[in-house]
Ligand binder design. Sequence first.
Ligand SMILES: Cc1cc2nc3c(=O)[nH]c(=O)nc-3n(C[C@H](O)[C@H](O)[C@H](O)COP(=O)(O)O)c2cc1C
Length: 357
Amino acid sequence: MMYTTGRRVRFSLFGTSHGPCVGCVLEGMPKGMPVDEMRIAEDMELRRPKKGIGTPRREEDRVGILQGVQDGKTDGTPILLAIDNSDTDGSKYLRFARTPRPGHADLPALAKFPGYDIRGGGQFSGRLTAPIVAAGSIAKQLIRRSGIEVSAFSRSIGGIIDDGERSITDASGSGAFATRACTEELDATMEREIISASSDGDSVGGVVECITTGLPIGFGGIWFEALDSEIAGAVFSIPACKGVEFGRGFGLAGMRGSESNDPFFVKNGIKCKTNNMGGILGGMSDGAPMVFRAVFKPTPSIAKPQRTVDIETMKNAEVSVEGRHDPCIVPRAVSVVEAVTALVLADQMMRDPGRSV
Ligand SMILES: Cc1cc2nc3c(=O)[nH]c(=O)nc-3n(C[C@H](O)[C@H](O)[C@H](O)COP(=O)(O)O)c2cc1C
């Protein structure tokens, strides 16, 4: 089974955590576009778990481009990407088929899919975000040709909140830090927050912020093709995402229109004085950077014992998770948020290529 999104640039995802591979098909990219495999490898490296704060599962994450790219350029056919799963130890997961983990997809998945392969979280695993990042990297290469850049960073992890003003340069600099924080100091405190939760057998969540620059005024669509609507849909599809807000988001509820409206002024074209709307008006870019935040819940798999049920005996039970898992999803979700955003932007751009350049 493949899971598909997009209209002109269509992205289809396949695989499971402990099957032979995970991968995707990317259709609708323009023919003859150079594809830089080094950039794909760099993006994949940023998604990989970091020692001490990520899952101990070690995967090489080498992306095989099996079709669609010849001599470094797209050939106009669907691009097929595959990534091997090699470090698979499914033994610790089998008991969740009887005692589903609270917070994970086990219970509804067992009810919905007869014979569901629960190892590693099956098709609900964060492992499936590897091909998303690979395809997103190609989408970034397409939109960059029109001057559009996407970068995300960790705005908060657990109780540690970055309250600084951040630009796209800060966001892209977060690649230097394991937590994807914007500064060395925040990286150290966020790392301590993750380690402290994990040494208690627990986990933490947090907020990813994503900034996109270079969108011309009018880029996007309306109603069900609105830029914010499509991006929110794509970001909500990332496992563990529980909320998305653009600009001041929920904070707008307490503001007056005179405070929240972003006034226009003229300086080398039309500009916005503030960016409370996160760069979107009517589903289209208003020319300001597009800024949104996504909240990721604390990782459901934790070592601490939790209440559950035994679905064979239909009695109350307890479960604790000894398998390998990320004590915090946020640093790895940063790359995935960038990738889905780039995929939506590439799709929107190819739907109306005249408007976006
Ligand atoms: C990059 C990434 C890594 C993840 N790693 C884990 C993990 O190690 N353990 C875990 O329980 N959940 C992990 N998750 C979250 C689960 O996949 C997710 O919570 C689960 O599928 C239930 O979906 P929902 O949280 O969207 O309801 C990860 C998610 C992402 C995006």
